[in-house]
Ligand binder design. Sequence first.
Ligand code: UD1
Ligand code: CA
Length: 453
Amino acid sequence: MPLSIIILAAGQGTRMKSSRPKVLHHLAGKPMLQHVVETGQALNPEQIIVVIGYQSEQIREQMMGQNLDFVEQVEQLGTGHAVVQCLDVLVEGNDILVLNGDGPLISSVALNSLLKKAGNNAVNILSFYPPTPQGYGRIVRQADDKVIAIIEEKDADQQQKEIRECYSGFMFIAGNQVRHLVGQLDNNNAQSEYYLTDVVKHAVDSELNITATICEDADEVQGVNNQTQLAQVENLFRQKQAIKLMEAGVKLYDPDRIDIRGILKVGSDVEIDINCIFIGDVVLGDNVHIATNCIIENSSIGKGSQILPMTSIDSATIGEGVSIGPFARIRPGTECADGVKIGNFVETKKAQIGLGSKVNHLSYVGDTEMGANVNIGAGTITCNYDGANKFKTIIEDDVFVGSDTQLVAPVKISRGSTIGAGSTITKDTPEDQLTLSRSKQISMPGWPRPVKK
Ligand code: UD1
Ligand code: CA
């Protein structure tokens, strides 16, 4: 039977103590809901319905363009009520898989096994054994192990609270039973909510078959209801990523001190020192070494390149055998060719830096096209901005720029030019000549040094 996925995401998440809807809180750099949607998409469902309510506009906006059917649940009267709101848009007869917008670590492997084990049963729930069951619905089984109910914590008696097996928030319901089962939900319980979990009880009453699939990895179904749990989930996510990297052969100096907020692809013999953060899509080629305290976002770094401590690289393309840092800031649009060297306290932005060129100390290079084999002296600034508009600096091959020079754009430093230290260059320079613009050094014999009156 074709599948419709329903993602519950209407609640405010009051326990987060935040004005932002809970499912938009970020895990590894993107909304929790985005993680759940992507996992759902991996199952190739015919339809993904997202139930929204609290600050629904904000959620629609953030989740645009992913072919999702949004359903508004104006009043959040419970998880069962949320599913009832979907019945109008639900493709008739489709099986449904209910996912929790606040359970972002669930894997498509676990969900696939839930679908597979559902067989011909009316309901299959994903259960798990959390380290502490507090707050979760408890799975009640009868003597022959058959599941007969899920009891919410607030409705559980002392004996039921002792049960360790809990409901994960993930449930399969067969297409031919969906309307029959959710149609019977009521709110006669401790929280006066329509609990989706009560479909189990109704399935029992209708003598339908129910199964529970136990999720081996309790971490995957950890729910996020407060900031502590969000931090725990972030931690788990990080640990998993770190293990994957090490399995791929990366040397991590300390797997507890790396953050990956996105997708990090690596070649062989990559080394990453402590406290580095990788954001978005990052690719590290073979033999890349990243030193401590670097932040690398949406960038690729070619084979054999070294990123030295305290370096920030954002939306840049770095070639092979490049050395950057320490303390460098590589901003969007930087493209470094092979063999480039960028040293301490250098900032680059929208800058192409040609083969083997060096910008070693204390410089700003922005809106610049730089050729090969260029040497930029310490403290050189491309003055790209007149307060209103930005202009380009072109530096051709084999240029040598002396220290403390300002290149006032638009300007071209032609092939083979040498610029004398301390110059302010406002006009294009001729090829292969020394150009300098500074007053001659003079000394004044007998000049009286001022004295205090
Ligand atoms: C729910 C389960 C509980 C399970 C736990 C797993 C019910 C009644 N309880 O409890 O058995 O152990 O998840 O994490 O299902 N939501 C809506 N509309 C609503 C209410 C909730 O869309 O009217 C959404 C929330 O935004 C959230 C999800 O449903 O994403 C779960 O709601 P939440 O209030 O967190 O349920 P729990 O109390 O955690
Ligand atoms: Ca929850």
